[in-house]
Write a protein that binds this ligand. Structure first.
Ligand SMILES: [Zn+2]
Length: 197
């Protein structure tokens, strides 16, 4: 093969899979161009096939398979394929990390939005009333975002969230922990309370 032919050659990415898919390859090894032979033997060898298996599948002699295996181009194809595998694996890892980072970024944006909203609520109340009301028991601010009503009674959303978060955790093992869960805020003694809206 001339150098310009070599540079023009591109592997048929489905060749190895196609040969593996059937007991006998449609194109015998002897009718394949040199580079395809090398690429195929490298791929089948990496897939765990013995020289006998390859010879059987591709309708050629074991001797020819051994000759192709010894060809430096086959070694190069194997190395390239191995590198490719590693690159693909790294790429997958990078993609996973990227997705995780995007998720974190979205989380931070939501938190920022929430805090901005809270600040605006407080400033609004400060402007209208000259002070920011708070819940008597927990001291949390009693402004729009932090208030939810049930049966005409206002409750603290922060305390509700903390209570929910504590409830979701595995059951505390010590008596002290259990007590602190119950005494966590000003709405926790109401057993009939549903979920926060
Ligand atoms: Zn509270």
């Amino acid at each position: 093969m001339q150098s310009h032919q070599l540079l023009q050659w591109r592997p048929d990415k489905h060749l190895v899979a196609a040969v593996l898919a059937v007991p006998k390859s449609h194109i015998p090894m002897t009718e394949m161009p040199d580079m395809d032979r090398c690429y195929l033997v490298a791929g089948l060898t990496m897939a765990g096939l013995t020289a006998e298996d390859i010879a059987e599948r591709t309708g050629c002699s074991r001797r020819l398979v051994m000759t192709i295996r010894a060809d430096p181009r086959t070694v190069m194809a194997a190395v390239a394929s191995d590198d490719n595998f590693e690159l693909e694996r790294d790429l997958r890892t990078e993609r996973c990390q990227h997705a995780a980072t995007r998720g974190e970024l979205a989380e931070v944006r939501r938190a920022l939005e929430r805090v901005t909203h809270q600040r605006d609520d407080m400033l609004d109340q400060l402007q209208v009333k000259g002070r920011v009301d708070s819940f008597p028991r927990c001291g949390h601010e009693r402004v729009g975002y932090n208030v939810y009503s049930r049966n005409g009674v206002d409750y603290c959303r922060k305390c509700r969230r903390e209570w929910d978060a504590t409830k979701r955790k595995p059951r505390p093992s010590t008596r002290k922990n259990r007590r602190s869960v119950r005494n966590n805020g000003n709405i926790l003694h109401n057993p009939g309370l549903g979920s926060a809206p």
